[in-house]
Design a protein around this ligand. Structure first.
Ligand code: PLP
Length: 427
């Protein structure tokens, strides 16, 4: 395990980043002192030539690994025919068909370019359909960058439910009263809130697996029951879990079908394409020509259904549809997840490795983690130190999760466990 060294070339380009980018970043940087040069399979390299096992995967999209030869070949052919047309193209239509065949709630599909847009448009469609305004989301739940999504995503103080707290300056005060906040995994409190606000609620939106917190048995099922009872659309944000937990996403994996869902990341093999999918009776609100809907919900986008991204998505889904792909992904992910817990236990460091095999992380606490507030009691300094020790040892991960790909190998696992051991000794 060689320690990372930074070349003059990398230092120079970092100086430029500091000069021209606010905060020296694109707003999505794991650390401000690495410039990634290339990736292949489960590995990435920085400009200085240091190699990392990649557990960030571009923050999720690269589930099939970087620079997959089948993706390169498919999109190279398409690029030579043109990159974007702002109209129908065969690949986007075929991708929509594939999604409908694969995802339990998907009867129709509307493409967008980012996960933030997909969740935002799902909420708009639900408002148009119900002719109501408010949404209920869960504290700590992440749904992207819209004003509605940035409510109590990472509040610094605990305030009483269902009061929402904005996560960023620049959000109009008026949005705050349109969003109700509930505690994830607490079905009783959530049910009471839904009952109280049934006449105002246009939608309940949730990550079925919130960040790295799995739903406790009965929670998603209970949400489904209560939202059905009051005819409030239930939206699953599957931007992380889609095509990762199973081909049909978390809704297949946990066996609960929402009315609408947002997909992104792994769905497009590393290209900017996302989707709102769901029941025809709601999805038809995106159709301004439909006889059943007088005023269609506007959802235009220059790159909606872009042919290169759509073909990359089709190719990625093809690769993921092969035999034993998910069995292997879960076996590799579980091995790393369980080994990390064992090693921390042996070192007598209080820690909880939580999540599912394809997405997990460690929290430095011996307490159970089941919602945002319980997650905040963990030792964040220890976590930051562990992440940075891992980075020095060739492990590149997001600050809040490990993403595992189908390209990670047994050799990657062995090297990762060595890095864990070395980092744990210094904790
Ligand atoms: C659950 C979830 N929803 C929505 C988003 C937003 O997606 P994007 O970054 O493509 O806008 C993310 C991004 O990480 C996410 O994790």
């Amino acid at each position: 395990m060689t320690k990372r060294t930074i070349s003059n070339a990398e230092e120079k380009i970092l100086e430029k980043a500091a000069k021209y980018l606010p905060g020296g970043s694109n707003g999505n940087t794991i650390t401000q002192d690495i410039v990634i040069r290339n990736g292949k399979g489960s590995l990435v390299w920085d400009i200085s030539g240091n190699e990392f096992i990649d557990y960030s995967l571009g923050s999720g999209p690269m589930l099939i690994g970087h620079a997959h030869p089948e993706i390169i070949s498919a999109i190279s052919e398409q690029i030579s025919k043109g990159s974007t047309f702002f109209g129908l193209n065969e690949h986007a239509i075929e991708l929509a068909e594939k999604i409908v065949q694969t995802v339990p709630c998907a009867e129709k599909v509307r493409f967008a370019s980012t996960g933030s847009e997909a969740t935002f448009h799902a909420l708009r469609a639900a408002r148009a359909y119900t002719q109501k305004q408010k949404i209920l989301k869960f504290e700590g739940g992440y749904h992207g960058m819209s004003d509605y999504a940035l409510m109590s995503m990472a509040p610094s103080k605990s305030i009483n439910y269902p009061q929402a707290a904005p996560d960023s300056p620049g959000i109009p005060d008026s949005i705050q009263s349109e969003v109700l906040i509930a505690p994830f995994n607490d079905l009783e409190s959530t049910t009471n809130l839904i009952r109280q606000h049934q006449n105002e609620l246009a939608a309940v939106i949730t990550e079925p697996f919130q960040r790295v917190i799995a739903p406790i048995p009965g929670f998603l099922e209970g949400l489904r029951t209560i939202t059905t009872e009051y005819e409030i659309p239930l939206i699953f944000d599957e931007v992380v879990t889609g095509f990762r937990f199973a081909l049909g996403g978390a809704q297949e994996y946990y066996g609960v079908t929402p009315d609408l869902a947002a997909f992104g990341k792994a769905m497009a093999g590393g290209f900017p394409l996302t989707a709102v999918v769901g029941k025809t009776e709601i999805m038809d609100y995106f159709d301004s020509e439909s006889g059943s809907v007088t005023n269609g919900v506007l959802q235009e986008g220059t790159l909606n259904g872009n042919p290169i991204a759509a073909l990359a998505g089709l190719t990625a889904i093809n690769i993921l549809s092969r035999e034993n792909v998910y069995e292997n992904l879960f076996a590799i992910g579980n091995k790393i997840k369980v080994s990390l817990q064992d090693m921390l236990d042996q070192a007598e460091i209080p820690a909880n490795v939580i999540g599912e095999a394809p997405v997990f992380d460690v929290y430095f606490t011996s307490n159970d983690i089941f919602d945002y507030r319980s997650s905040q009691k963990a030792d964040k300094d220890k976590h930051a130190k562990f992440t940075s020790l891992l980075l020095e040892r060739g492990i590149y991960k997001n600050h809040n999760k490990f993403y595992v790909s189908i390209a990670h190998s047994q050799k990657d696992v062995d090297n990762t466990l060595n890095a864990f051991q070395s980092a744990i000794e210094l904790m």
